[in-house]
Design a protein. Sequence first.
Length: 624
Amino acid sequence: MDTELSEISTFIHSIPPFDSLPKQVLAQLVRELTINYVRKGDDFPPKGINEPRLYILRKGAISCLSADGELVSRLGEGDLCDAFYHSDADVLSNNQTTVESQLNVHTDEDCLIYSVEASILHEIGEHFPCVSDYFSQNSAQRLKTKMSQVNEEAILSSTLMNTSVSNFYQSPVASISAEQTIQQAAVQMTEQGYSCLVVLENDNPVGIVTDKDIRRRCVAEGLSTSEVISAIMTRDMCTIDAKCNAYDALMMMTAKHIHHLPVTKYDNLVGMVTVTDLINNEGHNAINLSGIINKANTVAELKEISHLLPKLQIRLAKLGSSADHVGKSVSAITMAFTKRLIEMAEYKYGQAPVPYAWLAAGSQARQEQLAHSDQDNAIIICDSMNRYDDAWFESLATFVCDGLAECGFIYCPGDIMATNPKWRQPQKVWHKYFSDWVETPSPKALLNSSVFFDLETIYGDASLLNKVRKQLLIKTQKSTLFIAHLSKNALNLRPPLGFFRDFVLKQNGKHRATLDLKHNGIAPVVDLARIYALAEGISAVNTIERIQQAAGTPSITKASAENLIDAYEFLGMLRVEHQAKELARGESADNFLSPKEISKLEREHLKDAFKVIKSLQDARQSSY
């Protein structure tokens, strides 16, 4: 192969889907290429070409416009011109659709263009499905195929995700009759070396009791050990089916803050899996860290433990965990830090004067937090509080927020923290906040909405927030004006789809020539999911759960919901992998990705993700 053909072959081999072709097939494809030079402003396709072809830009730039003149895409070096196969599989099906019926293509610069006949691509596609699949799928379909592969790889690469709970649980389960006493339970646990017992009534499991229950609910409360064990057991115990994988068990125990999980098979109790069982298999995991955090007695100890959090994120990324799993794991750790600090504060200042709920806002509430994000929190206090009670809650807020800062969770730049008196209020004030924001959607109200409509109780009386959320959703479902304003505000963040040559990148500053994955990709999806939830009265806070529950409603179709989740998970995967590399280098994690960090194929998937998001934003814009 002469030098020129070798250079062309190297160039074509760098472009998906041709990068997967064997060398001999690639060489055959290169020999079939036609080379054209098209001057700026000249007609496209070049004169004399009538049959359907695929065009590959070697140099220059072209714009593809819809029939009404709207810019669809700008293409540069290495891009494929989809003018002839814009309606899915025109190239490979030998569809004789003309370019004018699909797209209007303008040459913005002098262009050097390679082209190949559709019939040749069709022949290659018959032998190499990766080529035919690439051209027969639209952006959403290509993205879905990619995420299916990612999920499969994640399952194969993580030991816990690829290991059944049946490999971990201990059997038989230690049990005790509900009529026996607390003392008898303690004696049995001591003699048998168990830290928990399943409580039975007529041979049916009705609850679970742990050594911690005996300490907290019996000894600490001064309850007689002659009382029956059912008096201190936990009813409605969580269980997991033996068919589930160990990662499901880990996530359940982390979310529920429990250390013993009964295992069932065909609804019959067969065993017990514990934190220790999983820790012995998986070193630094969420439950392991949570257990260490719960035993810490000082802020200094918590600060030392917090250094493990970036290591956990790196480990999860290396295991191939999805962004959703990483976010839930890291959020669970942040929750454990917060709860332990609150317990320390209550020990220092005494019990709260009235019931309250400590709330997480933003990414922590959505269970989408990554290592050492800034803190967003608030407190809802029972309406029975008096004006002197706030001194106690101010002390609590200061202790907890300062403690979180010591552990690497920086103070919120916008002062959205419980230390701000505005966000430390009785329930009736929170009712008024939300009512005013919905009824008078000013720019400031919309800004608050983006934070405080994502809330979750971390500690305390969860009913305080639940009542506020219930009334809020009743209002948002009825207020089309508020949803319209929220939609308009959310559309200010757009994915960089007006790309020229490749992507619209930051032009200057520290993060020059990068994409902001958070603000230009992830945040728009979070905003859309929030709008769907408020419009449909959905109480879920997690972004994926919101989209899943909104699927099939007037807000979003089931197909669009699946596509949006694929786009969100792909962006999240890139973000987690990017941050893991930075953390491994000892750098601070950020959201600015250089396109050079990822492969050509991943850049194409990234474009697909942005297209999906833009299409859903356009649909929202047309609705309001």
